[in-house]
Design a binder for this molecule. Structure first.
Ligand code: FES
Length: 253
């Protein structure tokens, strides 16, 4: 039996939803795999919506908004672009970045909508079923998606996404403008750090563990885990648990 992907679409009310409607009333043909959620603007899409959709088994997620410059709320789709960029960078860590797409469809582009959905559905078919979906989802992938969802919602990531333009376009208190390359370097490092920190928190949810155990499970260096524990402790997210011989364990607060 051929694989029929489950695709979730977030469509902005003013352009893309109207474009989809036009495709429908014009009787244009496209695969029936997409389920649509109408939102007022693509800028309304919290990254959490996308991660959650993948976590509950969507094989692909597509976000469609007005063309740049045409957003009903002026800059909503520019905001969407920034947030989506972060979503893709996080998903790249677990090789899920090809399962999501952001694009633009206007109210008069019914044919563009139909061909876009056809092409995206075919693309997801070539990727195959999501390991996070079906009757027996991969537990490790689910844990990784949960860590990603929480990491993307952290204050640090929200601040970086929200202030990218200010940081890269305006002088800071030292009279310097941070270059886009430098910003991207900081951004990628923050993504990796926050992902690993939330993976650690996920593992500590079940039982307290030592740095060595965490390093082994996460397949990263113990010295790196120790650095993360210092940060998590200073944030009040973990504390010392019982001693195993002379080795301290940590638990999640
Ligand atoms: S209203 Fe369509 S993207 Fe903002």
């Amino acid at each position: 039996m051929s694989f029929e992907p489950k695709i979730l679409g977030f469509l902005c009310n003013w352009c893309s939803y109207a474009g989809a409607d036009l495709a429908g009333v014009s009787r244009m043909q496209y695969p029936p795999n997409i389920r649509v959620i109408r939102v007022m603007c693509s800028g309304r899409i919290d990254p959490k919506f996308i991660f959650e959709a993948l976590r509950v088994g969507a094989d692909g997620v597509i976000v469609l908004g007005c063309h740049l410059g045409d957003c009903h709320y002026l800059e909503g789709n520019y905001e969407a672009e920034k947030k989506f960029d972060m979503v893709k960078r996080f998903l790249k860590l677990i090789n899920f970045n090809n399962r999501v797409r952001l694009d633009w469809v206007s109210a008069s582009e019914g044919a563009r909508y139909a061909s876009m959905i056809t092409e995206f559905t075919d693309h997801i078919k070539t990727l195959g079923p999501s390991p996070a979906g079906g009757d027996n989802p991969d537990d490790e992938i689910l844990e990784e998606l949960k860590a990603i969802e929480e990491a993307a919602g952290s204050d640090r990531m929200r601040a970086l996404v929200g202030r990218e333009r200010k940081i890269t376009e305006q002088e800071n208190v030292y009279g310097e403008i941070v270059s886009l390359d430098k910003f991207n370097e900081i951004f990628d490092l923050a993504i990796k750090d926050e992902y690993n920190r939330h993976r650690i928190l996920g593992l500590l949810e079940k039982e307290s563990k030592s740095v060595k155990d965490l390093a082994k499970e996460l397949k990263i260096d113990s010295s790196l885990v120790l650095e993360h524990m210092v940060t998590l402790k200073s944030r009040g997210q973990v504390d010392f648990g019982e001693l195993l011989g002379i080795t301290p364990t940590f638990y999640k607060l």
